[in-house]
Every structure is written in C-alpha cells, then in structure tokens.
Design a protein around this ligand. Structure first.
Ligand code: GDP
Ligand code: MG
Length: 439
C-alpha cells in the first residue's frame, strides 16, 4: 500500500546523516510513484512533488533534524496541507434544526453513514432525527429504520409512495415539533450520476435549504471517488465530503485528492461497518497514518521546541543588554496567547524554571486583554521609555484602552518587576554585569 511504500522510502532517507540532492530526487521519484499507484490524480501528484522539492531545497534549518528527517517533515506538512490543513466541522444553524443532507451513489454508504452520524452527534449532546428520503427501494427505508432502532435514534419515514421532497419537508417540521435539533436526510443514489438523480437532489435542496450537503463517497474507488465529487460539487454545491471504507484496502488516493481537486474538505471518515466507526477527519492524523509515523510527529515537535528555545535565547541576549522594553513585554504577551501560560514560556528559557521569584509576577488570562490594550494605547516612545509616563499620559492611555489609571500603574509595576527579575537572571547566567556575558 501507499503507507508502506512511503515508509520504506523515508526509512532510507532518515537514516542518513547527510542527504545529497540526488538522494532527495530519488526519494521524490519514489514518492511520486507511490502516490500515482495509490490513484492520486496526476496533477495533484505533480504539484505536490514540485512543492516538496522547492521547500526541501530552500528550507529553514532546524538544528535537531538531520537533512533526511527534514525532507520527511516537509512531506508530512505538505500532505497535511493537501488535505486541507485543519479539520472542518459541520456548520450548525443558529436556528435549529440544522439540516444535513447526505448524497452519493448507490452503495457509497449513505444510509449507514446517516446512522453513524446520528450516533456521533448524539454523543455530542445533539438530538438528531434521521429521515428516510430514499423512496425507490422499500428495503432502503427499512434499512434506516432498523439502524435507527438499534441505536435508539428516531427515524422519520413516510413509506415509499411519496416524493422525497415532501418527506424532507415533513422531517424538518417533525423535528421542529419534537425538539430535534438536527435532521439527517438519507437520500437515494444511483449506480451512476444521471440527470434524474441530480434533479431530485436539487429539488430537495431548494425546498428544505440544508445547512450542509455532504457527499458520501467510497474511498476504495480511488480516483473515481474524486470524479464523482467533482461532478456532484458542480451540480449541487457541496459543503464537504464523507469518505467511507477507509478501513478497507483503500489506496488512499481519494483522501489525498478530494480537497485539492474539488476544494471541498473531507469532514468525516468511515472506518468500518459498525455504528461507531465514524471519525471526524483530521488531515494531520491522516498524514501521519499514511507516513506511519508517531515518531515523525515527535520529531517535529522537538524541532519546534528547539525553535522556541532559539527565540528564548534571542530574548535572553536582549535582556542581558537591558533592552527589554514594554514592546518586548507586549510581544511576549502576544506570543503567550499562542503558546500557553507565562510560566510555561519561562520554562523554555534555560534555567528559568528555577526562578522562584517569578511567582510574584503572575498575570492571569483575564488581565491579559487589559495589559495588551494598555500597551497598544501607548506611543512607541512611551513603550520604550515608560519613565516619561506622567499622570496626564497615564490618563490618556487609560481612556484609550478602556481601563483605569490604577490598572495602568499596576501594569507598569508588573513590567518593572519582570524586567528586574529578567535582568537578575541574565546577570546570573552571564556571571557578570550587563553586556559582558559570553556570546
Ligand atoms: P448507500 O447505498 O449509499 O446507502 O450505502 P449503504 O449505507 O447501504 O452501505 C453500503 C455498504 O457499505 C454496506 O454494506 C455498509 O455496511 C458498507 N459500509 C458503509 N460504510 C462503510 C465503512 O466505512 N467501512 C466499511 N468497511 N463498510 C462500510
Ligand atoms: Mg441507502
């Protein structure tokens, strides 16, 4: 399979201390072949390999990684990007019920997925109603009813002698009347895309205005799945895709191409026939599954931590030169919002965790917004030389930031304390006065 091939390619590469351009070229050739064999579309493969090559050549150097590992890291990141980067969730209607319409070819897994999704949503505290809109086979209605019964999920049906549009409308009304906040429409499929099918789906769409139209496609059909997605998207406008049967011997091509080709995110993945075998789709997890690499993730985290340590080191240099200003303070605070609490950030500075004095400078998250607003309300000059802040300036800043003069004073005090502690720390590490520390 795809995973195996890529893993072999990278095993060779990762072991190397040095990687030549020829090694990279060879690896990329193998990646290309593996992707094509996995039925990823040619254009997607070409673009992918080109991007990886470009990045692998001119890339930022992370000290803890070997060049071989860096290539793997780039491939991983590009795979994640290819699948949309982040995971996309269902859009919920501000006014319930949220109507989700599942469409797709026969046998793709719509009916099964409707019940799985019902279960998934109930676990999240929702109250889903399943609706049987496939009126062409009595067995289809029955199938949904049986699944609903097993899972104790209500199923709305009106038999088979009535139009799917009316059933869909009836289901929404029923949901409103019975306090159901999600309606999941199971629609009919055909063996192939045809006009009749599309017309029917379009009328359901225009009569109940679903908040989400999700295409269910069988991952095992590879590139066909992508073609189906393109065509449904063109006719109906999809909000996302659900890939089923990813548990099988899927070649992986569909998962890798759908987003790139159609622009529609994959929202869920079916991982088996059991009702609980539905997962939210996470591009990063899928990528690491493909590359078979808990270890690569750890590796990347380690590299990231190293980069942060580099940043901390730069900061230390500035401290040593006593250049720490309110602007740095603000940058730190903004950084913190991304990285976690202050003490954690300090933990990254070598030796900093031993600084008990730090306990005196606690800023909790609630104050954080005020601190940011206050500093943003200062002029650059004031941020660099807080000693020029006399009463009138403080009043102006307080007004500008929606705080009080006392809050401004508190901030200045905290900043002074922080600076002092940092300064002590820098001196201590340098063992000398400011500016004289090594390196
Ligand atoms: P529909 O015609 O689109 O409604 O498809 P069904 O829901 O009836 O599913 C067709 C077949 O695919 C059934 O046998 C399902 O059990 C099976 N199936 C659906 N999803 C998955 C999945 O994620 N993994 C596996 N292995 N089988 C699935
Ligand atoms: Mg069905």
């Amino acid at each position: 399979g795809l995973a195996e091939k890529l893993q072999n390619t990278f095993k060779k590469l990762r072991g190397k201390g040095k990687v030549s351009e020829a090694d990279v070229a060879e690896a990329m050739r193998e990646v290309r072949m593996a992707l094509l064999a996995a039925d990823v579309s040619l254009k997607v493969v070409k673009d992918f390999v080109a991007r990886v090559k470009e990045r692998a050549v001119g890339q930022e150097v992370l000290e803890s990684l070997t060049p071989g590992q860096q290539v793997v890291k780039v491939v991983y990141e590009e795979l994640v990007a290819l699948m949309g980067g982040t995971s996309s969730k269902l859009t919920l209607s501000p006014k319930p019920p949220t109507v989700v319409m599942l469409v797709g070819l026969q046998g793709a897994g719509k009916t099964t997925t409707v019940s799985k999704l019902g279960l998934f949503l109930r676990k999240q505290g929702r109250r889903p109603l399943l609706a049987a809109c496939d009126v062409y086979r009595p067995a289809a209605v029955k199938q949904l009813q049986v699944l609903g019964n097993q899972l104790d999920l209500p199923v709305f049906s009106m038999g088979t002698g009535i139009s799917p549009v009316d059933i869909a409308k009836g289901a929404v009304e029923h949901a409103v009347a019975h306090g159901r906040d999600m309606v999941l429409l199971d629609t009919a499929g055909r063996l192939h895309i045809n006009e009749e099918l599309m017309e029917e789906l379009k009328s359901i769409k225009s009569s109940v205005r679903p908040h989400e139209i999700l295409l269910v496609v069988d991952a095992m059909t590879g590139q066909d799945a992508v073609n189906v997605a393109e065509s449904f998207h063109g006719q109906l406008g999809l909000d996302g895709v659900i890939l089923t049967k990813l548990d099988g011997d899927a070649r992986g091509g569909a998962a890798l191409s759908v987003k790139a080709v159609t622009g529609c995110p994959i929202k869920f993945a079916g991982m088996g026939e059991k009702p609980d075998a539905l997962e939210q789709f996470h591009p990063d997890r899928m990528a690491s599954r493909i590359l078979g690499m808990g270890d690569v993730l750890t590796l990347i985290e380690k590299a990231q931590a190293n980069m942060d340590a580099q940043m901390a080191k730069d900061m230390e240099q500035r401290l040593r030169k006593a250049e720490f200003t309110l602007e740095d303070f603000l940058a730190q605070i903004q950084q913190m919002k991304k990285m976690g609490p202050l003490d954690q950030l300090m933990g990254m500075m070598p030796g900093m965790n031993k600084m008990k004095a730090l306990k005196d400078v606690q800023i909790d998250d609630k104050d954080m917004k005020h601190v940011e607003a206050i500093i943003l309300s200062m002029t650059p000059e004031e941020r660099r030389n807080p000693q020029i802040l006399k009463d009138s300036r403080k009043r102006r800043i307080a007004r500008g930031s929606g705080t009080s003069v006392q809050q401004v004073n508190n901030l200045l005090k905290t900043f002074e304390q922080t600076r002092k502690i940092f300064k002590q720390f820098a001196d201590m590490r340098g063992g000398k006065g400011p500016g004289k520390g090594p390196g």
